[in-house]
Design a protein around this ligand. Sequence first.
Ligand code: HEC
Ligand code: HEC
Ligand code: HEC
Ligand code: HEC
Length: 351
Amino acid sequence: MKLSATTLTASLLVSVIAILLAIPMMLQWERPPMDSTQLGFRGLGMEQITNPRLAEKLKAANPLPTPDDPVPDDGVLVKNDHENYKNVQVLGDLDTAQFNRLMGAITVWVAPQDGDNASCAYCHNIENMASDEKYTKVVARRMLQMTRAINTQHKSHVAETGVTCYTCHRGQPVPANVWSTNPGPKQAGGFAASRDGQNVAGQSVPAYASLPYDPFTTLLKPDARIRVVATTALPEGTGADVKATEKTYALMMHMSSALGVNCTFCHNTRQFASWQQSRPQRVTAWHGIQMVRDIDTNYLGSLTDVFPANRKGPEGDVYKVNCATCHHGVNKPLYGFSMAKSYPELSVPNP
Ligand code: HEC
Ligand code: HEC
Ligand code: HEC
Ligand code: HEC
């Protein structure tokens, strides 16, 4: 066969394009060598596989903040200074010096970093600090109660490390990792009329697996059943169908990626259901699921009528918390650094 100059140029062009297209794909791969840490008994394959190069990037994406210096008390409680504090419903037991230090801190943690709103004015009418006219202030008051509830009622998860507004917000009004009910892309007609909430690449479940893309709405409801493995021989027992099982796997994929760990960080994968063979971290995770349900239902859910429409998802529900909201790809948020220790007023029970 005789190759004409045009065919030759065309095939050369095709090869060059193919190589150019392959380069970005290869950049997505993780280059060896990887590190591995043994987590379970020998021979079980319970190992944590990490990429030392990505670990550096993760560290850079999770900077440790410097807490404000402590300030001496003024000797006056907020609730006794009726002149300057007219509408304080949660923080009344604070010394006024500590109150002002906290207001400064939450401005840095939550208010936008630039523009007109990068100040007390993000939550306050500066002419009348006691006014609740800005929704952000009403939300912030509930968030104060929520943070205290996390640090006092959910110690089985957050331990003495605790959280502050920064753990979720990191200097942004809306935390980077949140979820809302996801109806998925618009359906075609006919056989494709229902995708049953899956089989479309979804970002909430990592790796763009064709698993259900919104496991949160169902499984983060209080009392929802995550366990799927049957404990009896017959299906009437406790086993779940394939669909429910896929949802559980989708949630598990989220949990793994949110913490930057493999399944074996919690499970002995020869028996996912067995608590006896699991690591203690699985128990911490179980308490985490209960905590997230409490946060989403009793705190964020309770603010549905307070948030404006542009702060809600396409289905009209507020943005809510999942494991990634605090963890940001790390097994302990901020690598276990306790900012809450420097703000003890966030770790007392609500009045
Ligand atoms: C993220 C929202 C937010 C930001 C930003 C914020 N505050 Fe507040 N502020 C609140 C909330 C919520 C309350 C009410 C607390 C309560 O009810 O216990 C409050 C109450 C107050 C009060 C008491 C007013 C009264 O008479 O009841 C003062 C004073 C105050 N803040 C000062 C400041 C100052 C100064 C700044 C800026 C350095 C600031 N705040 C930034 C949310 C915020
Ligand atoms: C467990 C995670 C978490 C913690 C801790 C937390 N927040 Fe939030 N906060 C959220 C989520 C999620 C939203 C977004 C809700 C939405 O937009 O529908 C939010 C929204 C807000 C908003 C509204 C922002 C806007 O522009 O609409 C304010 C104000 C706020 N939080 C203040 C605080 C303060 C103050 C604290 C600490 C006392 C705090 N938050 C602690 C998760 C958290
Ligand atoms: C951070 C800890 C953690 C990680 C990581 C994790 N799981 Fe889980 N897994 C749990 C907890 C906790 C439960 C039980 C939830 C409950 O009882 O409500 C569970 C339950 C399960 C179940 C149901 C077991 C039963 O009793 O029916 C399966 C299956 C499962 N996980 C698979 C996986 C897979 C696959 C991965 C990796 C993609 C994974 N898990 C990663 C903590 C974890
Ligand atoms: C409100 C913030 C917050 C949320 C949301 C959250 N966690 Fe945590 N988690 C923490 C803190 C803080 C710690 C560190 C506790 C400590 O120091 O022992 C922690 C620790 C853990 C640990 C122990 C890690 C280890 O190395 O021992 C596991 C496992 C875990 N979380 C799983 C989860 C899972 C799964 C979810 C979602 C269902 C979740 N967390 C949601 C704050 C959070």
